[in-house]
Design a binder for this molecule. Structure first.
Ligand code: UTP
Length: 295
């Protein structure tokens, strides 16, 4: 029997991908923004790879109407595999097979975009009574140790919910959940309060909650009782605030660099950074960029 307590090991990760993606219109009208390529992989693949590299055993993808290509991407494609095998394209076959065999993936639907908190709640039945991670697919994090692994480690050490924190400039405070927190040691904070998208003058700090969370099962009960908050949506931030009130919330200022791939500028930046890391592209890409910038 598994331990059904908040101290059990985190084995499952929820990836909410049921949002409308309005910042990426018109692209996201018919194609999910999670399928936008960073070099040659859809951005969601980097997120699932981060889960795998963090020891997560099962991913619960929350999707919605029109997002079936995301599910297909992680499924087996018999025709493609058969054709590649017959043509002797072994390297490409391996690449395709790796994606579909990467991890156990379960997909659940959020029928209406009622908010991030509601999306997490849609995974409730699959999650059961064990702690879990939440990974937002827009936040692509380049780090030596996967970001969610850093949080899962802190969760197992302290037995409290842990959210990823990043210091943001004044001009971006109104875009995030912002915390009032005090440092316990190193990168770890005790979070007293979380405010969703405050005006700069009302913000308790510049420390923003970004898209990685290690959460106890209790948060599902809190979410189930929540009334719609800001924007008429069930907000994950409101449930985090309740955990903070119960002194059950920590924050961890993760090591790594984040790119918001759900935003046009972040998406372009990620493609440049990841493109420059690719051994097969980096030299010619750098040469091209230098030429462009010196025009
Ligand atoms: P965002 O608030 O960034 O919304 O959601 P969005 O629809 O993805 O994008 P924009 O802002 O309109 O461009 C944060 C995360 O929560 C998920 C989104 O898919 C995204 O990963 N989400 C949001 C849901 O799964 N369901 C919702 O009802 C809302």
């Amino acid at each position: 029997m598994r331990k059904s307590s908040s101290r059990a090991k985190i084995r499952k990760a929820v990836i909410p991908a049921a949002g409308l993606g309005t910042r990426f219109l018109p692209f996201s009208k018919a194609v999910p923004k999670e399928m936008l390529p960073i070099v040659d992989k859809p951005s969601i693949q980097y997120i699932v790879e981060e889960a795998v590299a963090s020891g997560i055993e099962e991913v619960i993808l929350v999707t919605s109407r029109g997002k079936s290509t995301v599910e297909d991407h992680f499924d087996i494609s018999y025709e493609l595999e058969d054709t590649l095998a017959k043509r002797g394209k072994t390297e490409r076959l391996k690449t395709v097979q790796e994606v579909s065999r990467m991890i156990r993936l379960i997909s659940v639907r959020q029928k209406e975009p009622l908010g991030l908190g509601h999306a997490v709640l849609c995974a409730q039945e699959v999650l059961g009574d064990e702690p879990f991670a939440v990974i937002l697919p827009d936040d692509l994090i380049d780090s030596a140790v996967p970001c969610i692994k850093q949080l899962v480690k802190a969760y197992s050490q302290y037995g409290k919910a842990v959210v990823a924190l990043e210091e943001v400039p004044d001009s971006r405070v109104h875009l995030y959940g912002i915390v009032k927190a005090e440092r316990i040691k190193g990168r770890l904070y005790r979070v007293r309060h979380v405010v969703e998208k405050p005006k700069l003058k009302d913000a308790p700090s510049n420390l923003a909650v970004i898209g990685r969370y290690a959460l106890p099962p209790e948060i599902l009960k809190i979410l189930a009782r929540l009334k719609p908050g800001k924007g008429g949506e069930i907000q994950l931030t409101d449930a985090l605030q309740e955990l903070a009130r119960r002194k059950m919330l920590y924050g961890y200022q993760f090591r790594g660099i984040r790119y918001d791939s759900g935003d046009k500028l972040g998406f372009l930046q990620a493609n440049v950074v990841y493109g420059l890391k690719r051994p097969d592209l980096k030299e010619s890409f750098r040469e091209f960029l230098e030429k462009e910038l010196n025009k």
